[in-house]
Design a protein around this ligand. Structure first.
Ligand SMILES: Cc1cc2nc3c(=O)[nH]c(=O)nc-3n(C[C@H](O)[C@H](O)[C@H](O)COP(=O)(O)OP(=O)(O)OC[C@H]3O[C@@H](n4cnc5c(N)ncnc54)[C@H](O)[C@@H]3O)c2cc1C
Length: 310
């Protein structure tokens, strides 16, 4: 899609009746924590369920697909303006970030809320048990889509239901979640579900003690997180015992780079952008492919990315 075609798309969305201030065109690198992707994308930022339903209806009426982005902390953008989908990113201020007590230690948490601040807010309400996840960046929607995990805890362990909209026909949906439907970085969320909130089942906690656990976890993270912009771990660990970082280090990839992206010297399963300048998705993919090839050559093992490429 050329510049002109993207402008036409913006105009069509406005003509379909969407409020002008929820429609924008952005460079991908500015939407992803790694700052990867030199192309531009059309983004809709609905502020409430009615605007989300209206956005989906407008996209359907002009025949354009939708994809969802949370905080962009596990995402690599595209270099191509010719991107076939409109990105839906729920507004962080307003109902999509609300926390609602439901009784029986259950809470509905909006998908646009950030995971760490949401766990802090829940701790203040006397609910917790997941302090181990409190240093993971990103949104509640992203945590539900990725089954974000750390310190032996997975977000899915807390989720009893996901609420949202079916992107195909705009209908509201509630998806009850069984604990065994989640696994390492795997979520039962179907591709068509735009998550607008999750229902969490938490443990009663003493606020001061839970806030102290959250604080300690954030401090620990600060000590171990590699320097530079990143999108977290690049590859899935092949097994719980076999870490992708050790395999990559053993294959001699530490320090390899393409453009502003380099394999971190601190943690080989992290690609960092130490310049913090925008870089091309192609450089990023090329580095990922080179690592995969080298690990295959040295260890005869295939690595699979955790990142989402748009
Ligand atoms: C410094 C750093 C440390 C990290 N550490 C960890 C870690 O310890 N453990 C871990 O698991 N991850 C970690 N990550 C990765 C990342 O933070 C998580 O995967 C996070 O849950 C992604 O959330 P997000 O909102 O940024 O999602 P995005 O990156 O925006 O999107 C990721 C995927 O989720 C989908 N998605 C997002 N929101 C929605 C929604 N509302 N409805 C439907 N689909 C949605 C997107 O379509 C995409 O497929 C780290 C990242 C960074 C930068």
């Amino acid at each position: 899609m050329t510049d002109a075609a993207q402008t036409a798309l913006l105009n069509s969305l406005a003509a379909a009746g969407l409020p002008g201030d929820i429609i924008a065109r952005r460079r991908w690198a500015d939407c992803c924590s790694l700052k990867a992707g030199m192309g531009h994308v059309v983004i809709l930022t609905p502020r409430n369920p009615a605007e989300l339903a209206q956005s989906l209806s407008a996209c359907r009426s002009i025949g354009v697909a939708t994809a969802t982005l949370g905080a962009g902390s596990n995402a690599v953008g595209s270099d191509d303006d010719d991107h076939a989908a409109v990105i839906i990113r729920l507004a962080k201020n307003g109902p999509f970030a609300d926390i609602t007590p439901l009784g029986d230690d259950r809470y509905r948490v909006g998908a646009a809320a950030l995971l760490g601040p949401a766990l802090t807010a829940l701790a203040r309400l006397g609910a917790g048990g997941f302090a181990g996840l409190s240093g993971i960046p990103g949104s509640i929607g992203g945590a539900a889509a990725m089954n974000a995990g750390a310190n032996g805890q997975d977000f899915g362990q807390a989720v009893v239901a996901m609420e949202g909209f079916d992107r195909r026909d705009g209908t509201p949906q509630v998806l009850p979640c069984q604990p065994d439907a989640w696994s390492y970085r795997h979520s039962p969320r179907p591709d068509w579900l735009i998550v607008t909130s999750v229902t969490l089942s938490l443990q009663p906690v003493h606020p001061t003690a839970e806030l102290a656990r959250i604080h300690a976890e954030r401090q620990r993270r600060q000590r171990v997180t590699p320097t530079g912009a990143s999108a977290g771990s690049v590859f899935l660990n092949p097994t719980p015992e076999l870490s992708a970082g050790k395999l990559i280090e053993g294959a001699g990839c530490k320090g390899w780079s393409r453009g502003p992206f380099a394999v971190s010297e601190q943690h080989a399963n992290w690609i960092v952008n130490t310049s913090r300048q925008p870089g091309s998705a192609q450089d990023c993919r090329s580095l990922v492919d080179a690592i995969k090839k080298q690990v295959h050559a040295v260890h005869d093992l295939d690595l699979h990315t955790e990142w989402r490429f748009f």
